[in-house]
Design a binder for this molecule. Structure first.
Ligand code: NDP
Ligand code: MG
Length: 396
């Protein structure tokens, strides 16, 4: 039998990271954990090192590194500990690594994910913000390096599964009319509009169907997550924004659909558990057990669909406009959203002010061409400063 594939899990202490380690541990002959990374949850990272015995671990700073190394050496482990963005990029592009799970949340994942892409790895993309920020550059690097990019976002993984194998020839060439991107509608799908200004971070993070990190949970509640996913789908499948239609489907059983010119519509269904897309992308084109229980259609019983309401979810409109504007606009949208979501989680702003901030920052920062990574990072920085200035002007 061939040697086990060496896997680097960026963001191992998070929701996607832990689900990935769960799937990997089910297939020890097939996969070995080569590197894991954390940021604030050091005790969890240490426990993961003891279980998975990686060659490398990456932490945020030198003090954490000393602390972690002390614990690992005391347990007889030879794991090497690296630090910061440089350490993340080093493990992501390490010559011994075959597969990289990109599961750091937000813009912090951009450079390490790009390092994996540039090194030509099989890249499992959960960190949608990286692709949203740097779309054209990111896809250029994928094509230049020969990296195999596989989507982990459940919707994009579903779309990938419903596309013909040669979809890269172009959607028209393969007879695809539209991509139907499903959305649960989050916890506030039916909350009275006037109550949205007073919802709490706890309510926003209580997603009805999925258990996720806090940032993506708030994004799901505002439907910015679907907006980011719209942009993500455009890049992954080379689709114009007008070809991607958002469909609210509260049960989260259909994970997305592809509509063909002959009237066929293909969908991928399954229980809402991220281990399914993770296992799919790890093993593709083969299939492996993910630990997810089989879908019981009789207990699901019904599937509902409705059009999204942009008055309730202005972030969806803002994201579509940014997708259409192109250039730096998606990076600006993403950066303003990251600042606004963090401020909402810290109770500095109301839930409804997230969209207000993003709208204002997008209006101030005209979309500019982004020809290099520095231009992306500069747009990200300017947008963060503009969002911070808004916050200072509105401190309660
Ligand atoms: P979590 O918040 O649960 O995990 C985030 C991970 O990133 C943690 O390992 C965290 O470390 C690490 N991290 C945070 N900030 C930094 C930083 N500045 N530098 C380095 N590492 C950092 O998020 P999720 O797992 O839910 O989401 C991860 C990504 O996957 C996001 O981009 C999200 O949009 C995407 N995704 C998630 C889905 C889900 O079901 N959860 C579904 C589809 C996409 P620590 O915890 O130690 O601080
Ligand atoms: Mg998703």
């Amino acid at each position: 039998m061939s040697r086990p594939q060496q896997v680097c899990v960026l963001g191992a202490t998070g929701s996607i990271g832990l689900s990935t380690l769960d799937v990997l541990a089910r297939h020890p002959q097939r996969y070995q954990v080569f590197a894991i990374t954390g940021y604030s949850r050091l005790a969890e990272l240490e426990a993961l090192c003891l279980t998975h015995r990686p060659q490398f671990a990456v932490v945020a700073n030198d003090e954490q590194a000393r602390h972690l190394l002390g614990g690992l050496q005391a347990a007889g482990l030879k794991t090497r500990v690296l630090v910061g963005e440089q350490g993340l990029c080093e493990v992501a592009g390490h010559p011994d690594v075959d597969v990289v799970m990109a599961a750091i949340v937000g813009a912090a994942g951009l450079k390490p994910t790009l390092a994996a892409v540039q090194a030509g790895k099989r890249v499992l993309l959960a960190n949608k913000e990286a692709l949203v920020m740097s779309g054209a550059l990111f896809m250029h690097e994928v094509h230049a390096s020969g990296a195999v990019l596989l989507p982990i976002d459940s919707e994009h993984n579903a779309i990938f599964q419903c596309m013909p194998g040669d979809y890269a020839r172009g959607l028209d060439q393969v007879g695809v009319r539209r991509i139907l991107l499903t959305a649960s509608g989050g916890p506030f799908r039916e909350t009275p509009l006037e109550a949205l200004a007073n919802v709490t971070p706890e309510q926003a993070c209580a997603h009805p169907n999925w258990s996720m990190g806090r940032k993506i949970s708030v994004d799901s509640a505002s439907m910015m997550n679907k907006g980011l996913e719209l942009i993500e789908a455009c890049w992954l499948f080379d689709a114009a924004p007008s070809r991607v239609e958002v469909v609210i489907h509260p049960q989260s059983v259909i994970h997305s659909l592809v509509d063909y010119v002959d009237g066929s519509v293909l969908a991928q269904l399954g229980n809402p558990d991220m281990r399914t897309p993770i296992a799919h992308a790890l093993a593709w084109p083969e299939r492996i057990d993910s630990g997810v229980s089989p879908l019981d259609l009789f207990s699901v019983a019904r599937l509902d669909f409705q059009a999204p309401d942009e008055q309730r979810f202005p972030c969806l409109r803002l994201a579509r406009e940014a997708a259409e504007a192109g250039g730096s606009a998606p990076a600006v949208l993403n950066a303003a959203n990251e600042v606004a979501v963090a401020a909402f989680l810290e109770r500095r702003i109301r839930f409804t002010e997230i969209a207000v901030i993003i709208d204002e920052v997008l209006n101030r920062e005209a979309a500019a061409p982004v020809e290099c990574l520095d231009a992306v990072l500069a747009a990200d920085k300017r947008a963060r400063e503009a969002a911070q200035a808004w916050l200072r002007g509105h401190d309660r």
